[in-house]
Design a protein around this ligand. Structure first.
Ligand code: CTP
Ligand code: CA
Length: 234
């Protein structure tokens, strides 16, 4: 299955990848953010480029450089990511949502820095952001492949994989890459060099992801996307 980027098998394809983590501003100097480095999304962009695709990278505060040769669209917030994704998707053969998108944002952003000297503790009211992946699925055209990522932990209501299956059903994307994440010291997921998990397929079935590099996972994702271009589901 793994072609390892030896062939330019994605030539003629245009793919859109989101990467990094959005930041939702509280005031001019503070934000609500997350720990995504953007490494997985950048690995997806790098491998797609190496395999001949045209790549648009929706970049949300990457901690690592974007590869030369991809079109980079900065998307600082969830709202900016939604706009850029909806704008880019109609011309894309695949859209991969590897970014960690804020689920909630402050209802208002203070125009000036919030000061302690004002007294009291600020109460921050949050509102939910739009679900970009759901918007992409709703607008998906024939032959387009939409991929989501989910970092899950097991809890009282189920293990990480059970949460992943429920999420795939709820989101309706073609592929969902599920990573089990742990706390500090866990070898996979946020900020690490390595990733492991399983890719869930919309029609059922799952492809295990061996513990390996983020590039290896990226190549596996493109292999599975490419298979769907070759044999679209009814
Ligand atoms: N996602 C998105 N827009 C959001 C939130 C998430 O497009 N506002 C995308 C992510 O990029 C990822 C997928 O949805 O590809 C799953 O993200 P995740 O945070 O796991 O799912 P949520 O639906 O936000 O559920 P929860 O965080 O409550 O588990
Ligand atoms: Ca979320």
């Amino acid at each position: 299955l793994a072609r390892g980027g030896l062939a330019r098998d994605l030539a003629g394809r245009h793919v859109v990848v989101s990467a990094g983590g959005t930041r939702e501003p509280l005031d001019p100097v503070r934000f609500l953010g997350n720990r995504s480095s953007g490494r997985q999304g950048v690995a997806l962009a790098t491998t797609a480029l190496a395999r001949g695709a045209r790549v648009t990278l929706l970049a949300a505060h990457l901690a690592v450089p974007a590869p030369a040769g991809v079109e980079v669209v900065p998307v600082p917030t969830a709202a900016a990511l939604l706009d850029a994704a909806v704008a880019a998707a109609p011309l894309a053969d695949a859209v991969v949502m590897a970014a960690a998108v804020a689920d909630f944002r402050p209802v208002t952003t203070a125009a000036t820095k919030i000061k302690k000297s004002r007294g009291g503790v600020p109460q921050v009211e949050l509102e939910q952001t739009a679900d970009v992946l759901a918007a992409l699925v709703a607008a998906r055209r024939d032959g387009q492949v939409v991929v989501g990522f989910a970092a899950e932990t097991g809890d009282a209501s189920g293990d990480a994989l059970a949460h992943g299956r429920a999420k795939l059903a709820a989101k309706g994307c073609d592929l969902l890459v599920v990573n089990e994440v742990g706390g500090p010291g866990h070898p996979t997921g946020f900020e690490g060099e390595r990733n492991a998990g399983v890719v869930l397929l919309r029609e059922g079935g799952e492809v295990p992801v061996p513990l390996g590099s983020k590039e290896a996972l990226a190549d596996l994702v493109w292999d599975l996307v490419s298979e769907r271009w070759d044999s679209p589901l009814p």
